[in-house]
Design a protein around this ligand. Structure first.
Ligand SMILES: NC(=O)c1ccc[n+]([C@@H]2O[C@H](COP(=O)([O-])OP(=O)(O)OC[C@H]3O[C@@H](n4cnc5c(N)ncnc54)[C@H](OP(=O)(O)O)[C@@H]3O)[C@@H](O)[C@H]2O)c1
Length: 349
């Protein structure tokens, strides 16, 4: 690394009112940091963009996370090369999974790093071999518990979590119906991911089309989006259905509750009458107990080509804000990652 190199980073400039805009982010050029005593200097190769970041931009963040301070670097999972190290566990050139956030260079004491060895496709550590895929694995297998012949419905079906949910459900012998935004995504879910059907939630009469696609009703609904999709699914759930409540991205930009009558009693009645189990989960809680089995099993499925995840790769850190805003509107097609720097390999970090 040259002495004069600067670090480009993106910080939170203001808190969004509803949908974020580019003015809520600021690109800064600052002097490059150096490895601290006992720590390492990292270069970011890939940055993961994920819906949870939206909640962190609010002054009152969801309880499972924290609020980003104004002028703080936007956080995020990253794949990095170690540039230089004063930590005996890492050496220059190592490929690591980190939390460097939206910046090109960063320093850490090394405690939050996970060595990756030499992955054929390093960005997979943020997707099909990483957090979103692990979320799909735990949510579907531990909460959804699909049985052969049952019907599983998953929303955001071609996204990072949803695509993996549907493919695991197929491996477990279920009938899988995806819900996605637009004909290209729906075609992809059926032709490339092997779903039995996929319905476009942007077209009218989603409820009627769900009835036709799920003639035996719905046994597992993997909830990623909420809103109108949840309303269409709810009356079609079977007695004893399970709902892993993973997220509700359609509401993340909302400032207020939606107008209209209070539907809580209606939802409670359906849950009770049909003995439905709806369970929220936060994937951070499950690393200690489930990550090793995920790594082994998902590693085999990916190696055999039984599970795959399309990547939506955006070039350049400066494009992260626009890409992130698109994620909250369904503009991504597959796992959204930013390619921050070209990988020069382990010898030229
Ligand atoms: N509980 C946890 O620990 C945990 C961990 C990771 C992720 N999650 C949650 O899992 C969900 C999926 O995350 P992901 O990373 O896999 O994202 P993703 O599916 O790759 O991207 C988000 C997708 O949501 C859909 N969407 C966005 N706005 C929508 C709207 N108004 N109505 C319907 N669909 C909309 C879009 O897909 P379409 O164009 O197909 O509609 C968009 O592509 C999110 O809710 C996220 O918060 C939870």
């Amino acid at each position: 690394m040259s002495q004069s190199e600067t670090n480009r980073r993106i910080v939170l400039a203001s808190r969004p009112k509803g949908t974020p805009t580019t003015a809520d982010f600021r690109l800064e050029h600052v002097p490059a940091p150096t490895a601290p005593e006992g720590g390492v200097l990292l270069r970011t190769l890939y940055l993961s963009l994920d819906p949870y970041m939206r909640g962190m931009m609010n002054e009152r963040a969801p309880a499972y996370t924290r609020s980003i301070a104004l002028a703080e670097v936007m956080p995020g999972g990253t794949v990095n090369r170690v540039v230089s190290s004063n930590n005996p566990r890492y050496k220059a050139g190592d490929l690591v999974l980190g939390n460097a956030g939206w910046q090109e260079l960063s320093v850490t004491d090394g405690k939050d790093l996970f060595p990756l060895g030499e992955l054929a496709q390093p960005s997979w550590a943020l997707g099909v071999l990483g957090m979103p895929s692990f979320t799909a694995y735990v949510g579907l297998l531990d909460i959804g518990q699909p049985k052969p012949g049952e019907t599983v419905v998953v929303a955001a079906a071609t996204g990072a979590v949803g695509a993996v949910v549907g493919q695991i459900a197929k491996l477990k012998g279920a009938r899988v119906v995806g819900i996605a935004g637009g004909p290209d995504k729906c075609r992809y879910a059926v032709e490339q991911l092997g779903f039995d059907e996929c319905l476009d939630h942007r077209q009218p009469d989603l409820g009627k089309r769900l009835t036709a696609a799920c003639p035996a009703g719905i046994d597992v609904y993997f909830e990623n989006v909420g809103g109108a999709v949840f309303e269409a699914v709810l009356p079609r759930l079977n007695v004893g259905a399970r709902i892993p409540l993973c997220g509700f991205v359609s509401s993340y930009n909302d400032e207020n509750l939606p107008p209209g009558p209070n539907r809580v009693p209606l939802v409670q009645r359906v849950l009770l009458e049909k003995r439905i189990r709806l369970q929220g989960f936060i994937i951070l809680d499950h690393y200690a107990t489930r990550f090793e089995s995920f790594r082994r099993e998902m590693g085999e499925w990916v190696a055999k080509g039984q599970v795959k995840l399309r990547e939506d790769v955006v070039e350049g850190l400066e494009n992260a804000p626009t890409a992130f805003m698109g994620l909250l509107e369904g503009k991504n097609f597959g796992k959204l990652v930013v390619k921050v720097a070209a990988d020069q390999g382990s010898m030229a970090a």
